[in-house]
Design a protein around this ligand. Sequence first.
Ligand SMILES: [Zn+2]
Length: 248
Amino acid sequence: MNPQIEKIVELQEAISRLRDAEHRLHGIPDWMRELHDEHVARRAEIDALDEAAQTATRDRRTAEASTQDAQEKLKKYQQQINRVSTQREYGALLQEIDTVKSQISGFEEQGLAALEKSEQTQKELDSKREDFRELDQRYQTELARWESEKPEIARHAEELRARIAELRAQVPRPQLSLFDRLLDRYPNGALAAVRLLERSGRTQREWHCSACNYRVRPQTVVEIRNSGIMVQCDSCKRVLYLEPEQPV
Ligand SMILES: [Zn+2]
């Protein structure tokens, strides 16, 4: 490999490793993923139950307040009975009393249902919280372990950043700007290795771009090996390079 391509390949590797390190620093590591997902799911269950318990408590209070209001109304109607003078007024008042009585029994039923719901939800919530405790402890332990690994990864990322700056200073500007443009377009890598494709029954060897699979002409391969210029894939435009172990 010519030294210039070598630098760019190393730059690409350092950028990819830095991305990986940053991803690990700011994300959830793979070894914690399953536990993390379970933790999130269980916590969501508990939050939902907690919400349901609060709703049931609110419903119960509302029903109790409505019952009380209706009972006040009933009391008022009952006091009015002695004061009515006509049969018609008396009948109308009895009608009101009946209505309010049925309202009271409705509110009482609602209150009772809300109370049952609240008790049942609370019981379920307590048991879920109890179960969650063990998982949460395990999670906190893993989290602490993960936190203790972070400084090492952060240090490694710092080293990579320094190395990237060093390499960028060593690559000529036009090549660097081409590399940057390609990296914008292909965040997973601006470079593609040239791969030899062995086909049985064919005497001629065929080369391909490892990223897009487009054919690379043999003279291009020779050019990459011998010249200092950066050669791009005809199709995807990634910069082509030969892996050190690749026979030419
Ligand atoms: Zn390509």
